[in-house]
Ligand binder design. Sequence first.
Ligand SMILES: Nc1ncnc2c1ncn2[C@@H]1O[C@H](COP(=O)(O)OP(=O)(O)OP(=O)(O)O)[C@@H](O)[C@H]1O
Length: 607
Amino acid sequence: MATAHLDSGVTEHERRLNADQVGRRAPVRGRLIGLIRGFFRPYARQLGVIAILQVLEAAGNLYLPILTADIINNGVLKGDVGHIGRTGGIMLTIAVLLCVASLISVYLSSWVAMAVGADIRTAIYDRVQTFSVVELNRFGVASLTTRSVNDVQQVQLFFQVALSLLPSAIVTTLGAVILAVGQGPGLSPLLAITLAAVLAVTGWVVVRLLPMFHSVQVKTDRLNQVLREQIAGVRVARAFLRTGWEENRFGRANADITDTALRAGRVFALLIPLVMAITNLSSAGVFWFGAELFQSGSMSIGNLTAFLLYIMQIMLYVVVGVTVLILLPRAMASAERIQQVNNSVAAIADPPKPVVPEAVTGAVEFRHVTFGYAGSERPVLNDLTFAFRPGQTTAILGGTGSGKTTLLNLIPRFLDATAGAVLVNGIEVPAQSLDRLRAGIGLVPQTAFLFAGTVAGNLRFGRPEATEEELWRALDIAQARDFVMALPGRLDARIERGGANLSGGQRQRLSIARALVRRPSLYLFDDCFSALDTATDARLRAALLTETGDATVVIATQRAGTVMNADQIIVLDAGSIAGIGTHSQLMAGCRTYQEIMESQLGWGSGS
Ligand SMILES: Nc1ncnc2c1ncn2[C@@H]1O[C@H](COP(=O)(O)OP(=O)(O)OP(=O)(O)O)[C@@H](O)[C@H]1O
């Protein structure tokens, strides 16, 4: 059923990527360590200070029970009030110092975690900027958003908690074990059993939680994707009375993530009660066996108290450690997803030694170019050979899906040809610097996209130094002067995200003006006149002709009326060239062209 495919709300790429993520467990730990190695290096000094403060904190914590034993044995039991006062004073001073050290180390840990989080976000952003269409399609917009925001937050939270608690928790636990054995060697078997029980419980919980948290992150992606699609397509859903069905789809994705989160919550909920039960049992054991040791004279009451305090410290820090460990599986899963982005190398990148063209004329040449999308069975473009010359307008005429957009995308190297060569300014595009290549191109995409800001801000997108006069001139040619004059603030009029406060035709005209302001040597108009009425389309093309001068102009279109005056017309049929020539040449010798003219304009071959 057709709807079955829509049900999951996930593209095939996304599904494959997710399956890939879920399937690969082994490198997860390495990814987090890789992330730590890569991003913590600049903060080595702060990390050193945190480590020193926490070791001091642990030492202070470990010393307090020794002082407690001393105060009981030599102060309380002997009735020495002076000793109680002196030792009590030392204990108070240590407690205050511990508080200060803890404050500083928590502040520094949070600062480092936030700084590292910001650095990771910047790294993802920079990497995504290098991505070609291939990587953008592979990850998908929803997943890249979740990875940049949600996954980084998970890792950041883990670093924050781990840095502020883990070093002192480890040192205190190890120190407390050693000192507890020193205070009451007779009770060491009890200590060993307690530790083994706690480690077994926490190990079990962490192993169970790791795959669950991984799955929660993947499902968050999925939910994001369903939401994005539903918000973007809300009008279509309403028009086709599918809102109920859409709600179900969202409900299923939502229930799925809730279910996994609840299962993880149930496992986690067992942890604290189990550790508390072990703590209480071991305390009872200390009193039970300690009483015997006390009665036999092999352990003083002060040492028994200190032993009990160490057991409490061990349990407290085990719980602290577990709290950190609980965040670990999620952070590990998120680290892997972050590193997948950071380690992805763009399929389309600058060559090591870019060749600089001798002259930038905008000349384009296709030599036996074939192109197929990854995963598609058949190529979309087949063995194309032609040239677009400076000072000339070439029209590419073809029906829906004939490959016009794909063909244009090969010129600024958004895609690389599967076979054959694409040359711009006489040099093959993969040999050129991407920035230099694209700087000479004024592209007007099929779907106009404007950024939030002002009219002027959008027009200056490709040439920030353009004067107001130049902006108005571009607006004149794009037949946009009248409507911009009518906007409140004119060039300073506010444009909402994506140009949402303008009509399709207005967006399209501004998008054409934006390309004109750039004054490139090569114009690529991708079916962008379709949102204009035929009269505006004709006026715009006449104005363009005088403006573009020596530049190379390429117009991809489905409209027969748009192509007739072009210097060269390429008729594209299912990715192959059905004819090349001027209007009269094609009318005389190209059957496909004649058919298009006939069907759209009602002309026969004799016209
Ligand atoms: N990202 C993609 N992955 C796989 N196939 C694609 C992709 N983009 C386009 N195609 C396929 O390539 C073919 C040509 O698409 P293209 O967008 O180049 O055609 P077009 O002539 O510009 O169509 P239209 O005039 O409708 O915009 C179509 O069959 C389309 O399904």
